[in-house]
Design a protein around this ligand. Structure first.
Ligand code: SF4
Length: 320
């Protein structure tokens, strides 16, 4: 395999949430000890329930957040603790496509100025900006006469195209796609996904594709990581994960994916999880999935399972 574009080592992202009854500071552990590598031109899918920390991982990688602990290595350089000024050159190489295309676009700016903004901030010459804006508009399937219009004049799918054009303005090497299609009509979702795939083939970007849509993640990803309560519990190449999932949580998650074939669907058993999801504020020791796991043993409530490679490229965090 190539050298990783980004190495994520034991990433932690904690947020302060007041004090407990003894006056000690409480922390919400949104991400706690997540490690994985991202390779050039790959799509890495990150899945899990709402609140599992997958969006927080994406935001920390593009340094919208400063991590509480762990390391983020970008092309061999540790960018974890760089201050705002020092991180700027890396920011232009790492972009984010947001879930809500309307909320992420300034309603008072024209399409042209929205797409041009990242280049203007980096003081790209105006003539180059104008040419690049026209090129980007064509790449994302919009028309040149859209350039002087405002976001409210567009459909959801078109707004997401504007957001994608803005994200690609500085020719990034890494793009976090944070639920990029979940706010769109089903009929538009496939168009946006196909466009993201075509743009990746043209520009060679690495995607971190954050989603709860397991079918779409299977379609677009090369490798997939499964998160639960701030931890990565399983990671493998996409077909290996979907055909040979080992973690009890991954099995439950995948069992909920609708199956088009009625015969196959009749043979497949849905695993309904029992028990409560622990609070990410001061979570109990041991495996984060212990309170809902049907295979839970005493050791699971005492010791956190390490992430182990159980077959080439397939990693699992489970005492079983
Ligand atoms: Fe279940 Fe134990 Fe594995 Fe956690 S470590 S997933 S509780 S069997």
């Amino acid at each position: 395999m190539d050298q990783p574009l980004i190495e994520v080592k034991s990433l932690q992202m904690y947020f302060p949430v007041g004090n407990n009854i003894f006056g000690r500071r409480k922390q919400l552990k949104a991400v706690d000890g997540v490690s994985f590598d991202l390779y050039p031109a790959e799509t890495f899918g990150l899945v899990g329930e709402s609140g599992c920390g997958k969006t927080t991982v994406g935001r920390a990688l593009v340094r919208l957040y400063r991590p509480t602990g762990g390391r983020i290595i970008y092309r061999g350089t540790d960018i974890t603790d760089l201050d705002e000024k020092a991180v700027q050159p890396y920011r232009s190489k790492m972009q984010m496509i947001f879930q809500d295309p309307y909320a992420s676009l300034n309603p008072r700016m024209t399409v042209s100025s929205i797409i041009a903004e990242p280049m203007a901030l980096q003081q790209v010459p105006q003539a180059d900006i104008d040419a690049r804006v026209r090129e980007l508009v064509a790449q994302v399937g919009l028309k040149q006469d859209h350039l002087n219009r405002y976001p409210h004049e567009f459909s959801g799918g078109q707004r997401q195209r504007i957001g994608i054009a803005r994200a690609l303005a500085m020719r990034p090497e890494f793009v976090v796609c944070d639920e990029p299609i979940s706010a769109l009509d089903v009929s538009i979702q496939a168009q946006v996904i196909n466009m993201l795939e075509e743009l990746q083939a043209q520009m060679g970007m690495t995607y971190l594709f954050v989603s709860h849509d397991l079918s779409m993640v299977r379609h677009i990803s090369h490798r997939v990581g499964v998160m639960y309560l701030g931890h990565m519990v399983e990671l493998a190449e996409v077909e290996e994960l979907y055909s040979n999932m080992q973690h009890p949580y991954t099995q439950a998650l995948m069992s909920a994916v609708p199956i088009a074939d009625p015969d196959l669907a009749a043979q497949t058993r849905r695993i309904v999880l029992q028990g409560d999801v622990p609070q990410p504020i001061d979570p109990p020791p041991g495996c984060p999935f212990a309170s809902r796991c049907r295979y839970c043993k005493p050791v699971c409530r005492e010791a956190m399972p390490d992430m182990r490679e159980i077959s080439p490229g397939h990693f699992l965090a489970c005492h079983l």
